[in-house]
Ligand binder design. Structure first.
Ligand code: SF4
Length: 289
């Protein structure tokens, strides 16, 4: 999957679709097919302000609050469209090659940090019931998270529901040092807290680490930073955490800051190889477009 020729659909991860406010289909390289996105942060608020974020915060949010009934109706409509095949009559998907047409995930991602949603476990439970009722019980839920709120009781409940349902937690880790982390993710939450949260979760269930590296003003991350990043991964492992996979990727869509550009394919592969060598983990690389 990672080395496939880029499809035009890869560059379109719009978090809106038709008249939907919360649920949207995308072709996801990292899921290996169709992923139905669920946006729990339509107001675009996030406790990170990543320099590479693709959410356009210059445009005011069209929707401020989550209406769960509407969200579930939208998702039900997409599941029905997938099952009936009408999804592939849509101009966005009509020329999608057969091998990308599997429905491989329902992903909680969207325009902010999904675990900050106040009814996080309740909506996870409702989505699990919905996919079962739609006759698609085996489609895994994926949570794409910056791991800042994992210590909250309600978030823990939601994480447990996802893992009990054979879903996956993809935890963001973009740095090995506090300074670089602050430069990239721009947040008041410390790197130590993120690492603690990831480690605690990884002790209970294998996690997937997703790490975006980029050029800043034309400069790729320093070797020392990648080395420190590998050390952080090893610390998680040495503390008893299980890391199922590390996804190394780069910018594939318009970033928040103009100083950010994609790494070349070779640079992405080099980082991936370094991580393999220094951690022994399974690593996949995903290129820019
Ligand atoms: S955590 Fe995600 S949504 Fe939040 S600023 Fe970073 S990339 Fe954007």
């Amino acid at each position: 999957m990672p080395k496939s020729k880029p499809l035009k659909q890869f560059s379109d991860h719009a978090t809106s679709f038709e008249n939907n406010a919360y649920a949207y289909p995308v072709v996801s390289r990292r899921s290996g097919g169709i992923s139905l996105g669920v946006n729990l942060n339509p107001d675009k608020t996030c406790n990170f302000d990543c320099i590479y974020c693709q959410v356009d915060r210059h445009v005011p949010a069209a929707v401020q609050k989550v209406d769960e009934q509407i969200l579930l109706k939208e998702l039900e409509g997409l599941l029905t469209a997938y099952r009936s095949g009408t999804l592939f009559e849509h101009p966005k998907f009509h020329d999608l090659p057969e091998k990308w047409r599997g429905l491989n995930s329902i992903a909680f991602a969207g325009d902010g940090e999904p675990t900050s949603y106040r009814r996080f476990p309740e909506i996870i439970q409702a989505v699990i019931q919905l996919k079962q009722a739609a006759g698609l019980p085996d489609v895994p839920l994926i949570l794409i998270s910056n791991a800042t709120l994992f210590e909250r009781e309600a978030v823990r409940q939601g994480l447990q529901l996802i893992t009990d349902d054979a879903g996956e937690i993809w935890a963001k880790l973009d740095a090995g040092t506090q300074d670089y982390y602050q430069q990239i993710d721009r947040t008041v939450v410390s790197l130590d807290k993120v690492l603690k949260n990831i480690t605690e979760l990884a002790r209970q269930t294998p996690v997937i680490i997703q790490s975006l590296f980029m050029n800043i003003n034309g400069q790729a991350p320093a070797f020392e930073e990648i080395d420190a990043y590998c050390q952080r991964l090893n610390e998680i492992i040495n503390a008893g955490g299980k890391i199922k996979l590390v996804q190394i990727y780069t910018v594939a869509r318009m970033p928040a800051e103009a100083c950010v550009t994609s790494l070349g394919n070779h640079e992405v592969d080099q980082i991936a190889e370094t991580v393999r060598e220094k951690t022994g983990l399974q690593v996949e690389s995903y290129y820019g477009n």
